[in-house]
Design a protein around this ligand. Structure first.
Ligand SMILES: Cc1cc2nc3c(=O)[nH]c(=O)nc-3n(C[C@H](O)[C@H](O)[C@H](O)COP(=O)(O)OP(=O)(O)OC[C@H]3O[C@@H](n4cnc5c(N)ncnc54)[C@H](O)[C@@H]3O)c2cc1C
Length: 468
């Protein structure tokens, strides 16, 4: 646990206002676990400065006293990186101003603690689109999304967070400020330093503000839901639709029968799109004005027997209801007991074989396991979630977590995929880093960390924990 000297606390209270420090354990509690209750942490102090200047002073003070820091945005991360284990907790919630919006350049500069939803809403007022949309967007922050290089449903069309970051302001582990905010699209003057911070999970410094690329708000979107027999057909549907609508496809989400069934069972007011349940479903969103061309494309897919059924939302309310079926899967799994979750990506062509092979191996060893598979199929990103069999205890299933996860990640690796597609490493996947990253990759990453944070002040337990 961080030991705070009187000298440190006295200097700190001269830097921030009293309401920017939390030391009361009850107030700290919500910041010490994540929403699924998988990781619990501890700290004696959280500091929430409301400006970059104050934040830089805090980091400088921590560096002087060799006090480690864990950074926390909206606390929606899924790999435990934001949960302190004794470090000083540095929150960005009070840094939530819009510094500039430039509709002509289609950019916005915001502070790191703004929620994704708040940025979306402000952009919408200017008829502009902030394209990163994730189900946690009401709480997840810009800083957190950049630090985790968040993905979500729109990656197929707009790319992940990395694709939207034009410039950054960061506080370095020694307390210096890097003023790298820029709306430039072209700047080849040496290393592109912002890239280092995107996906760094808070290990290289604190992101305090960002200049982000915006897009024109689509005039119209059309949402369709298709029922399919298998994943091969889902991939064929993707090719078929991309041939006609390539960049106009803004979401292409796979939902297995099991994933849909937990939503229908556990989320009130959910309605099945079809009377018959299909082994797989795909939700597609098109940025297209003319519904007739979509009807035609889906009719073609029906007659080619790529899909077994299809429905197109006739109103925004219907589109929202379809989207909710997909977005509620994460929450709907909770009442089903223990879950072992994997956030993986694979080359598209390998996905059917992966699913088939994995199901055989897991069903053989862990009879009755339920395969709650869903994800951003257009990006090859699956949330490969396994729910306990109804007749085993949750503890018994979770006891096999490491064994099951190694089986899943080994096959992903063998097939050229990634064991950490969009949620990052945090503390959850440190062992996987050692297992699957090559010595060359690990050495390069360690060299970067050592060069920028030689005293290991920033998020010291993640990515490069001692046992690495
Ligand atoms: C229901 C739900 C749905 C989700 N869906 C998606 C999805 O579709 N795609 C996806 O990619 N993720 C998803 N996530 C995961 C999560 O929302 C994202 O990782 C999000 O970007 C985290 O933002 P945050 O502000 O909550 O960060 P936190 O959880 O607070 O922190 C996450 C990591 O970033 C670091 N960090 C936070 N702020 C800063 C900063 N300013 N500077 C430096 N480091 C910082 C933390 O130390 C930690 O390592 C989902 C989560 C939930 C709960």
């Amino acid at each position: 646990m961080v030991k705070l000297s009187t000298d440190f606390l006295e200097t700190l209270s001269g830097v921030v206002d009293p309401d920017e420090i939390i030391q009361d354990q009850e107030e700290l509690t919500p910041h010490l676990s994540e929403w699924r209750g998988r990781w619990f942490g501890e700290t004696t102090i959280m500091v929430l400065p409301n400006s970059t200047k104050k934040l830089a002073k805090i980091v400088k003070l921590c560096a002087k006293h060799q006090i480690a820091i864990t950074c926390q945005g909206g606390n929606t991360g899924l790999v435990g990186g934001q949960i302190p284990q004794g470090e000083l907790l540095l929150g960005t919630a009070k840094m939530n101003a819009v510094r500039n919006i430039d509709p002509k350049a289609m950019t916005i500069t915001v502070e790191a603690g703004m929620s994704l939803q708040a940025v979306t809403d402000i952009c919408a007022e200017h008829n502009l689109l902030f394209a990163l949309q994730i189900a946690s967007g009401g709480s997840a922050t810009i800083g957190g999304a950049i630090a985790t290089n968040a993905g979500g449903m729109g990656v197929l069309r707009y790319g992940n967070m990395r694709a939207m970051v034009l410039g950054l302001e960061t506080v370095m582990p020694n307390g210096e400020v890097w003023h790298g905010l820029s709306g430039l699209h072209k700047d080849n003057s040496g290393y592109d330093l912002k890239q280092l911070f995107i996906g760094s999970e808070g290990t290289l410094g604190v992101i305090t503000a960002a200049t982000l690329q915006l897009f024109p708000k689509p005039a119209n979107t059309i949402t369709a839901w298709c029922g399919l027999q298998n994943v091969e057909d889902a991939l064929q549907l993707l090719s078929h639709l991309r041939a006609n609508f390539f960049s106009q496809i803004s979401k292409f989400e796979l939902i297995s029968k099991q994933a849909l069934s937990v939503v229908l069972k556990n989320v009130s007011n959910s309605r099945a799109p079809f009377s018959e349940a299909h082994d797989y479903n795909v939700m597609v969103e098109f940025e297209v004005d003319d519904v007739l061309v979509i009807e035609e494309a889906l009719a073609d897919a029906l007659s080619a027997e790529i899909i077994a059924d299809a429905v197109i939302a006739k109103s925004q309310a219907e589109a929202n209801a379809l989207l909710a079926l997909r977005e509620n899967i994460s929450a709907a799994q909770k009442p089903e007991g223990a879950a072992i979750k994997h956030d993986i990506s694979l080359p598209l062509s390998a996905i059917p074989q992966f699913l088939q092979q994995m199901q055989m191996v897991i069903s053989d060893k862990f009879l009755g396991t339920r395969f709650c598979v869903f994800g951003h199929l257009g990006d090859g990103n699956l949330h490969y979630n396994l729910l306990q069999a109804v007749d085993v205890s949750g503890d018994e299933f979770l006891f096999a977590r490491d064994q099951i996860t190694s089986m899943v990640h080994d096959l992903v690796h063998e097939m050229g995929g990634s064991f950490a597609a969009e949620h990052g490493i945090g503390i959850a996947k440190i062992d996987d880093m050692r297992r699957y990253k090559s010595p060359v990759e690990l050495a390069m990453m360690r060299a970067v960390k050592q060069a920028i944070d030689p005293d290991n002040i920033m998020n010291p337990r993640i990515l490069f924990a001692q046992k690495n």
